[in-house]
Design a protein around this ligand. Structure first.
Ligand SMILES: [Fe+2]
Ligand SMILES: [Fe+2]
Length: 268
């Protein structure tokens, strides 16, 4: 496992996504807008809301390294959202407009909880890091698949100047979250680690598919990107991210599969 400082340096020095450098040339707009409509809609919506989720409330006394990470991370995700929105407009798709961030109630609750004691605060940080690593893995896998589909269709410009970067950014984000979670977990007492495991296990939902209203869009994305292989390409790797950080020899049931299945069945 990499160390936190090392991963932070990687996040801070990676090549940025510069809007004006993106080449939005599309050879076959009809194909792209059909094949990637659902994934683009899902990804653009998630990118544009995720940075406004009120992480300050969640981790009120965060580590200086978390603050530095969040500065770059927020700029990255906002930039991803803007780039995807532009691509969608060029393809005749309608991006989700930016909305004022409303802090979900559970964020307030978690914030209050983590102000209670430093031991509880560590639990919140480890949950944040683990869920973050799982979500970023999902984002990375989605962009990797979209990128592969574009390359198969010779959409070189989008591959070179946009999707390759998106994939690399999500991978950098993931590695910071995972390193941070591992770092906090290593300093915890056994009851804290058990609690982290319990919370992740019982509250995990794929990013951007937490509310019932958003599950159909997630389901359409899964179908467009993974087809019948969703368990192998999507569920198993995300479950492995969680297990690497949390299981310590304890069996974890297939909770990621259950969460994804829940989205797929509500949508059907
Ligand atoms: Fe992103
Ligand atoms: Fe990300």
């Amino acid at each position: 496992m990499h160390d936190v400082d090392d991963r932070l340096a990687y996040v801070e020095t990676k090549a940025p996504l510069v809007f004006d450098d993106i080449d939005f040339t599309v050879r076959d707009p009809r194909w792209v807008s059909t094949a990637l409509a659902a994934p683009l809609e899902y990804a653009q919506r998630v990118e544009s809301v995720v940075a406004a989720l009120g992480i300050e409330t969640l981790i009120p006394r965060h580590d200086e390294r978390v603050q530095r990470f969040l500065v770059v991370w927020t700029a990255d995700e906002v930039g991803h959202g803007l780039a995807l929105a532009q691509l969608m407009r060029l393809l005749g798709l309608t991006p989700t407009p930016d909305s004022d961030p409303t802090l979900p109630f559970h964020n307030h609750l978690v914030g209050a909880m983590s102000r209670m004691s430093s031991r509880m605060h560590q639990v919140v940080e480890a949950v944040w890091g683990t869920a973050g690593a799982m979500n970023e893995h999902l984002a990375m896998a989605a962009y990797a698949r979209m990128d592969a589909m574009l390359r198969e269709r010779n959409e070189q410009a989008l591959h070179e100047t946009l999707f390759r970067r998106l994939r690399a950014h999500e991978s950098a984000h993931k590695s910071f979250y995972a390193a941070y979670a591992a770092d906090v977990m290593a300093r915890m007492l056994p009851w804290q680690r058990r609690l982290v495991r319990l919370i992740v296990h019982h509250t995990y939902k794929p990013v951007g598919a937490g509310s019932k209203r958003d599950r159909p869009a997630f389901a359409r994305t899964v179908r467009a990107l993974a087809g019948d292989d969703w368990e192998v390409t999507l569920v198993t790797p995300v479950q492995q991210v969680a297990e690497r950080l949390l299981n310590e020899g304890h069996e974890m049931d297939r909770f990621v599969r259950r969460a994804v299945l829940n989205c797929l069945s509500t949508a059907a």
